[in-house]
Design a protein around this ligand. Structure first.
Ligand code: DC
Length: 232
């Protein structure tokens, strides 16, 4: 099984709302692999810059913070993943719209992306890694033996976000959310530094009409075909 540092790395890239996070966690638990939520690194940097009053225009200072910020990812006894900044559990805070916006701003700087490369690669530990993000297969783990690219229509991703926010008791408009998804895609796909795109050797899965279970089964099937797990 070819791999990064002899560790099996499976990359799962795609736009937000395509189901990467959910599927990555399920598959990582199932295989007993480590999990890299690379979006969380950009979110953590956004939060750390706010806490340390580092201006988003100070790209050098941001890159230093990216390299040295005190962060940790933990897996609880129930298998749940949590994220910590300077010893504090910030898992929930990271999911806010504000954290997402800060993340997308810092993620646009090539210096920041370069500073986070080594940290991301250090997650490749035995027995294996599920790496979730935008450029896992195209930049960070180019030699990964399995690369997946999850997509879904903007309408479907907006509807998923709508449901999530309604469940949290937030008052939102579906057309506005679909528009937000479209403009975020536009930004992610057209930025200069590591734009979102499918790696040439990635397998694309359109999850628009699929349930979480169906996508999980499809991914596990692919991993069985590639020899990562026994055939179900
Ligand atoms: O996946 P997410 O919503 O947590 O990502 C937060 C932001 O970070 C989003 O604007 C895209 C960016 N990102 C990135 O540029 N590269 C990655 N590998 C992961 C996320």
């Amino acid at each position: 099984m070819p791999a990064q540092n002899n560790v099996a790395v499976i990359t799962i890239d795609g736009p937000s709302g395509a189901g990467k996070g959910t599927i990555s966690r399920i598959v990582a638990k199932k295989l007993g692999y480590h999990y890299l939520d690379s979006g969380a690194l950009y979110r953590l940097l956004g939060l750390a810059s706010k806490r340390h009053n580092v201006k988003l225009s100070s790209v050098k200072a941001l890159a230093v913070l990216a390299e040295h910020m005190d962060i940790s990812f933990k897996t609880g006894t129930n298998g749940d993943f949590s994220t910590h900044l300077e010893g504090e559990d910030v898992t929930r805070e990271l999911r806010t719209e504000e954290a997402g916006l800060l993340a997308s701003q810092v993620a646009g700087f090539p210096e920041v992306r370069a500073a986070l490369l080594k940290r991301q690669r250090s997650f490749a530990q035995a027995p294996g890694l599920i790496a979730d993000g935008r450029d896992m297969g195209t930049e960070v783990f180019v030699d990964a033996p399995v690369k997946l690219y999850l997509t879904a229509s903007a309408e479907e991703r907006g509807a998923r976000r709508y449901k999530e926010l309604l469940e949290k008791g937030e008052n939102v408009s579906l057309p506005a959310l679909v528009e937000q998804v479209r403009s975020r895609d536009e930004r992610d796909m057209n930025r200069e530094a590591s734009p979102l795109r499918s790696a040439e050797d990635a397998i694309e899965i359109d999850t628009s009409e699929m349930s979480i279970q169906e996508v999980t089964d499809k991914v596990l099937n692919l991993l069985a075909i590639k020899g990562f797990i026994p055939h179900p």
